[in-house]
Design a protein around this ligand. Sequence first.
Ligand code: ASP
Length: 437
Amino acid sequence: MLKVCKFGGTSMSSSIAINKVTEIIHSDDSRRYVVVSAPGKRDNTDIKITDTLYQCFREMKSTGSCNESFSLIYDRYMGIVRDLGLKIDMKTYLDNVKKGIESSQSPDFAASRGEYLNALIMAEQLGYAFVDAADVIRFNDDGTFDEDTTNDLVQEALSKVDKAVIPGFYGSYQDGRIKTFSRGGSDITGAIIARGVNADLYENWTDVSGFLKADPRIVNNPERIKTLSFRELRELSYMGASVLHPDAVFPVRVSGIPINIRNTFAPQDEGTMIVPHYVERDEKNIVTGIAGKKNFAIILIEKSMMNSEIGFSRRVLSVFEKYGISIEHMPSGIDTLSVVVSEEELKNKLDNVIMDIRSQFKPNTVEVYHGIALIATVGHGMSRRPGTSARLFKSIYEADVNVRMIDQGSSEMNIIIGVENDDYEKALAAIYHEFIG
Ligand code: ASP
């Protein structure tokens, strides 16, 4: 058995948390490769090291040095090393990092140092080797992730060390410049390492005991999801279930390695197991989870005989493409086409989009509805089960919520509805109570 473990920012936030992590790793010999985040928040008022590092970069840009912000970084790491009683020469590492930030032109370099320093500490703490992510995780010149080269480099480097700590979140271009993934990207690093060493399991240790069936701010004490398929996970995390970075499934999906979400602060909990294959669901578990997001707009275009104009939808979409707007859904009728887009994407671009649509397509009307929330009800158990959508819509009706949009893919594992922002919580809770309890 070989496990790759990734520990998130809260698990790394203090010497107390790091001691818990150490216990977890030492309790199982198969936990041989460890990926770490930078220290995160110790409480709600705290600042993540990564955010302070971005601040260092900004300070350096405006004043030429980062003395003020870096003192926070310095104190935090020196405190952790002192409390852990480690002999590592942290002062020299920190001085070099500060010089590096002051001489580099890149916010990515600054941000990556949180993981870098933390991995050095963890390697010392565990007695594992330190393998720098800059040496094994590679990006192409256009900033995209170079999957094949990375996999070769990881395989080669880690075949030489039995146990290692690897910093999460970043890698490098061929010329050595540092590049980070998007925020929360250490989850992706963990998955890349799991694939590279061909692990049996990728354990992702965080501060919650796995995925919940709905947002606990909306549903009181929601049930935990015990098993989730990669496809269900994609649907749920895209719609806002944020335990794991949405891109973390890709590297492990290639080799079919399961991911186990675990809680550093409740290691006895089994967490959520995310598996590559389809999951059979019984009558009681038709719906695996419900997630959603607010603030979408619907652009409704109406034009007589639209259905007989070949290429109409493609041409409408090319307007969105021209302005670099990614679209979410496109439900259509015989003479109508609606495009659902997040308000964020539309910002400052809506007038131009509408102008182009009017002038190019001469529609009868173009209307825009703002303030729409999308709710995705997800589960393999929904497919080929008659009555599922009837139950869903009945629950929404009983909650006195009007449905503004409906979208169901033919895989039947996901029904997406659009409701007014103000109805979002009510609708989500109604669906939860109908299917889950
Ligand atoms: N430290 C980075 C962040 O705060 C990456 C991570 O924790 O995964 O986004």
